[in-house]
Design a protein. Structure first.
Lengths: 163, 163
DNA sequence: TATATTTGCGTAACGGGTTACTTAAAAATT
DNA sequence: AATTTTTAAGTAACCCGTTACGCAAATATA
C-alpha cells in the first residue's frame, strides 16, 4: 500500500489526522450500535455520563464542562429528547434555564449500555496498546492551545520572523 | 476553572477530544485566514500539497492517498474549483476519470501560502512542545485501528467475556 | 460478441461542530 | 424605578466527513 500522505505532511497533517482518527472511532461505534440494535449515537455517551454524575444540569453547564459550544449541546439534547432519553423542566428561579436530566427510559437502559461501554473502553485500551501516552500528549496540546491558540501563535511568529 | 469532563471520562473521552482538538486547529486557522483576507479553507492545504507533489491526480487517487472517502474529496475539489484553484480535464484513456491539477491562480498564490504555512507549522511545533511524540502515538493508533477496528474489537471482547 | 461485474465519481441524507445573530429574562447601573 | 448590560438558549448558515445509492464506462467472463 502506498504511503499515507497525511503522515507524510508531518506537522501540517496533524489536524486532519486527529479528525480522521476521531471519525474512525465514531463511525465504527455507530456501526457497532446499529449491529446490536441500539438506538443511540456515539457522542450521547458523554451526556449520559455527565448527567449520571450531576443529575440536573443546564445547557450552559454541560457546554462548559465539555468545553464545547452551547449550540452543539442544544443539538445533542434535542435529539436525545426526541428519543426520550432526556427530560427537562424550567428552572424555578430563572426562567431562561432548563434543568436537564436523564429520563426513566435512560436510567433503565443504563445497565445494558454500561456493559457495552465497558467493552468499548477495553477496545480503546487495546488500540492504545494499553499505554496512556496519547492521553498525556492530548492533554499537553489542549493546555498549550488554550494558553495561546493557533492563530495567535502564527501571527506572533510571522511578526517575529519579519524583520 | 472546573475540570474538563472529557478528560475525566478517560478512555471514553478520547474520540471527542480528538475531534475537539482538531476543531480547535481548524477554526483558529479559519480565523487566521480570514484576518489576512485569504480566500481558502484550512483543509485545502492537503490538496495543494498533494497536487504539488503529483501534478495530476484523479479523485480516487487523492482519496486513497489521504485515506478519506471519495465523496469527501469530491466536495473539497468542487469548492476549490469554484474558487478557481483547481482545473480538471477528462482522462484521454478513461472517460470516467478526470485528471485534476492546480490552476495557474493556485500556482501563483503558492509562494505566499507557503509563507503562512511555514509559520503555521512552527505554531504546531510549539503547541507540540517541539516533541514528535503525539505524531508517533497517532501513527500507532492509526495502525492498530486499521488492523482491527473498534467494532470488531468490541464484539470480540464481548464474546470473550461472556462465558 | 453478449452479458455480468467492477470501478470512478457524483449526489443525497446524516451526524458532528463552529460562529453570528436574536430574543427574553436576569442582573447591574443610573 | 427606569434603563442598560449581561446571560441563557435557540436558530441559521457553513464546513467537515461518512455511508448508501445510482449511473455510466471499463473490464472480465460466459
Amino acid at each position: 500500500m502506498e504511503e499515507d500522505f497525511l503522515i507524510e505532511m508531518d506537522y501540517a497533517g496533524l489536524t486532519a489526522r486527529l479528525k480522521r482518527l476521531s471519525d474512525a472511532f465514531v463511525y465504527s461505534t455507530k456501526e457497532f450500535y446499529k449491529s446490536i440494535d441500539l438506538d443511540i449515537e456515539p457522542n450521547w455517551h458523554m451526556i449520559f455520563l455527565i448527567l449520571q454524575k450531576n443529575e440536573r444540569m443546564t445547557v450552559m453547564e454541560i457546554a462548559e464542562a465539555l468545553r464545547l459550544s452551547h449550540p452543539a449541546i442544544v443539538k445533542l439534547i434535542n435529539k436525545m429528547k426526541k428519543h426520550g432519553y432526556i427530560k427537562s423542566e424550567i428552572d424555578a428561579s430563572d426562567a431562561r434555564k432548563y434543568q436537564l436530566r436523564l429520563s426513566e427510559k435512560a436510567l433503565e437502559k443504563l445497565p445494558q449500555l454500561e456493559k457495552y461501554w465497558a467493552a468499548g473502553n477495553e477496545s480503546v485500551a487495546e488500540i492504545m496498546n494499553h499505554n496512556r501516552e496519547i492521553l498525556k500528549q492530548l492533554e499537553m496540546l489542549e493546555e498549550n492551545i488554550t494558553k495561546e491558540d493557533f492563530k495567535q501563535r502564527t501571527e506572533r511568529i510571522l511578526k517575529t520572523n519579519k524583520p
